[in-house]
Design a protein around this ligand. Structure first.
Ligand code: PDD
Length: 285
């Protein structure tokens, strides 16, 4: 199982190298398939390729190999690694950019990687011989663990791109109850009548370090009241000020949401006071 395929050629696995700037590594920004193959015969090949193409279309990876091109790669892996019971792993990532920026890059070729691995023999249709599986249960929490600063950022990347493609600097996110959660790469806040409110820490948001420091600084200073509570999207549109925070932005004042001005459409006084306090204390942590 030591010959793999990378970008345009077969090579020993030890020679297959991918940049650490690859978005597959940095963001989990890619699509993959596993196609089973028994004794050199692929199972469900066309629908596997169709699903991969659908996935790439959904996430905006512009890559259109024909079914024949993919079949050549799979057959090559089978020939070079010995047929048997194989899983053929196919992976296309959005490629290696020179910078880390959530939005989809232009002019960056996708990375293509494929290798073969051993899988168990297909079950024999005989209940006296087949293996019975034991399973456990848990609530489906996939994509609901936003409190973990995981590199599985495809969901964030797609949300960032949603705003970026419309000329926005960020995308505010809300849940099924129309409650503000955070932004694609920032925590979010509203200010009304001088009071700052931000959604509470739970599985829906990242516990931002800037958020932690900002709330602590404001509470210690005491001149600006802060609340951690549910914030509705109605409150966002009716706010005097909206802010987003992150380590690369500190506090950014949002002046427009979905084309509608926030407050008077200008950066607010509470932002200025808060950023002043933050600037004065940020090295204390
Ligand atoms: N983003 N929420 C999300 C989803 C984030 O990705 C980030 C940070 C934050 C703010 O966290 P902090 O204040 O610790 O930076 C909130 C980083 C900067 C990024 O992915 O580039």
């Amino acid at each position: 199982m030591s010959i793999v395929f990378l970008n345009d050629s077969f090579m020993p696995m030890e020679e297959a190298k991918i940049s650490p700037m690859d978005r597959g590594f940095l963001f989990g920004d890619g699509i993959y398939e596993v196609v089973p193959s028994y004794d050199g015969k692929l199972v469900g090949f066309a629908p596997h390729i169709e699903r991969m193409n659908n996935g790439m279309r959904e996430i905006g990876i512009d890559f259109n190999w024909s079914v024949e091109q993919w079949r050549d790669v799979c057959q090559g892996l089978i020939e070079k690694n010995g047929s048997g019971n194989l899983g053929i792993y196919l992976h296309v990532s959005r490629g290696a950019d020179s910078k880390r920026f959530h939005a989809y890059p232009e002019g960056v070729p996708p990375t293509v990687f494929a290798f073969a691995f051993e899988i168990p023999a297909a079950p024999v249709a005989d209940k006296t011989q087949a293996k019975g599986y034991k399973v456990s249960t848990t609530r489906d929490l996939r994509w609901e663990r936003c409190h973990i600063k995981s590199t599985a950022l495809l969901g964030n990347v797609m949300h960032f791109q949603h705003g970026y493609s419309q000329g926005a600097n960020e995308t505010l996110l809300f849940n099924a109850n129309n409650e503000l959660t955070e932004a694609s790469a920032c925590n979010a806040y509203v200010v009304k009548d001088g009071v700052v409110a931000t959604p509470p820490l739970d599985n829906q948001i990242l516990p931002g370090i800037t958020r932690y420091m900002l709330l602590d600084i404001l509470r210690k200073d005491g001149s600006i009241k802060v609340e951690e509570r549910i914030v509705t999207m109605e409150e966002v549109f009716a706010a005097d000020e909206v802010w987003v925070t992150s380590s690369s932005k500190e506090i950014a004042a949002v002046v427009e949401v979905d084309g509608k001005p926030i407050g008077n459409g200008q950066i607010g006084d509470v932002w200025e006071a808060a950023q002043k306090l933050y600037s004065a204390s940020k090295y204390d942590y």
